[in-house]
Design a protein around this ligand. Structure first.
Ligand code: NAD
Ligand code: UFG
Length: 340
């Protein structure tokens, strides 16, 4: 049984929701985060929401800092690592690829080397549906071919391949590659949620900021895709469902499965306009939008076949679109300036 989990990037959006689920499930949790894209306040709120007596041991540290990270591992002695820490903006990765490779790939190599030295060989990795590129068909199964066209996606795919090489060299490792589809929403309390810096890149945070009056209107990137209404279709998954997927993956790792890969998605795709109209229902008013050109690198449709995760780890998403939108709006309206 794995009982003590070290979470890198645990103060971030998905990390904070996962820390809460870990605490509530009785795990001991240590977090390493350099707070480059998050605030410690998220973990204060996790403590407030948690039913556990245990508090998180927090270390403000960069995963690239080998010496400090080694000390943390030696002192904390975790059984497993959930690795969220990473940079995640596709467009930015095209502008500053070296920063992405350094932070994501070199950071993960540093982490894995320390894990090996400290004999911690249970690893859950935040991968992404982006590794499927533009899929030949939907829904997407785990054995579909991979292809990437930007440094962010390449960093995810290379890390998956590095993990496969490590496992080949030493099969005492247990590694779960979790390919997330599009995480949205927030904890139902409205206390923790997504708090993007600057102009949001992703659809839901952008819609939320238009709804709250911080931005004028949504730009819909293209309405000439071969989809039901011409706008892009994605598999949006409630962040709490995603967080629970990590608990299920840890339970699997405790059975020594070796290297495993799961899609974490709902299996259902929604278009940009369907998302916009669902959000209008949740917030109770119209949201302004305009149709603009396609965004470079976007694909028409992407949604998961999540049946393998259901079969192997007994996980499936339970929140529907209405709950995702309600919780996203609850977070946004309670925290118009995020954690500030
Ligand atoms: P986030 O930015 O909210 O969280 C990432 C956290 O990692 C932040 O708290 C940041 O401060 C920290 N961090 C970054 N680099 C670090 C470093 N070198 N050392 C220590 N801490 C560092 O992002 P998120 O949405 O919670 O995503 C978590 C993970 O899931 C990322 O790896 C991301 O690539 C992946 N992912 C996210 C999405 C999505 O749409 N949100 C989709 C697929 C995969
Ligand atoms: N979109 C708009 N306007 C916006 C933002 C997005 O029309 O202002 C559209 C996009 O064109 C796309 C859909 O909304 O059709 C979703 O776009 P997002 O940027 O929210 O998400 P992506 O599917 O492009 O990418 C996200 C993450 C990636 C991750 C991928 C799969 O940004 O890091 O999901 O998990 F890899």
């Amino acid at each position: 049984m794995l009982s003590h989990i070290l979470v890198t990037g645990g103060a971030g959006y998905i990390g904070s929701h996962t820390c809460l689920e870990l605490l509530n499930a009785g795990y001991r949790v240590s977090v390493v985060d350099n707070l480059s894209n998050s605030k410690f306040e998220s973990l204060n709120r996790v403590h407030k929401l948690s039913s556990a007596d245990q508090k998180i041991d927090f270390f403000e540290c960069d995963i690239l800092d080998e010496q400090k990270m080694t000390e943390i591992f030696q002192q904390q002695k975790p059984d497993a690592v959930i690795h969220f820490a990473g940079l995640k903006a596709v467009g930015e990765s095209v502008e500053i690829p070296l920063d992405y490779y350094q932070n994501n790939i070199a950071g993960t190599i540093t982490l894995l080397r320390i894990m090996k030295t400290c004999n911690v060989k249970n690893f859950v990795f935040s991968s992404s549906a982006t590794v499927y590129g533009d899929p030949a068909s939907v829904p997407i199964l785990e054995n579909f071919p991979t292809s990437v066209n930007n440094p962010y996606g390449r960093s995810k795919l290379y890390i998956e391949e590095i993990c496969a090489d490590i496992f080949k060299s030493d099969d005492s490792w247990n590694m779960a590659m979790l390919r997330y589809f599009n995480p949205v929403g927030a904890h139902k309390s409205g206390e923790i949620g997504e708090d993007p810096n600057g102009i949001p890149n992703n659809l839901l945070p952008y819609i939320s900021q238009v709804a709250i009056g911080k931005r004028e209107k949504l730009s819909v990137f293209g309405n000439d895709y071969p989809t039901s209404d011409g706008t892009g279709v994605r598999d949006y998954i409630h962040v709490v469902d995603l967080a629970i997927g990590h608990i299920k993956a840890l339970e699997k790792l405790s059975q020594n499965p070796g290297l495993v890969t799961y899609n974490l998605g709902t299996g259902k795709g929604y278009s940009v306009l369907e998302m916009l109209h669902a959000f209008e229902k949740a917030c109770g008013h119209k949201i302004a939008y305009q149709i603009v050109d396609r965004r470079a690198g976007d694909i028409a449709e992407c949604y998961a076949d999540p049946s393998f995760a259901k079969k192997e780890i007994n996980w499936q998403a339970t929140h529907d679109l209405e709950q995702m939108m309600r919780d996203a709006w609850n977070w946004q309206s309670k925290n118009p300036d995020g954690y500030n």
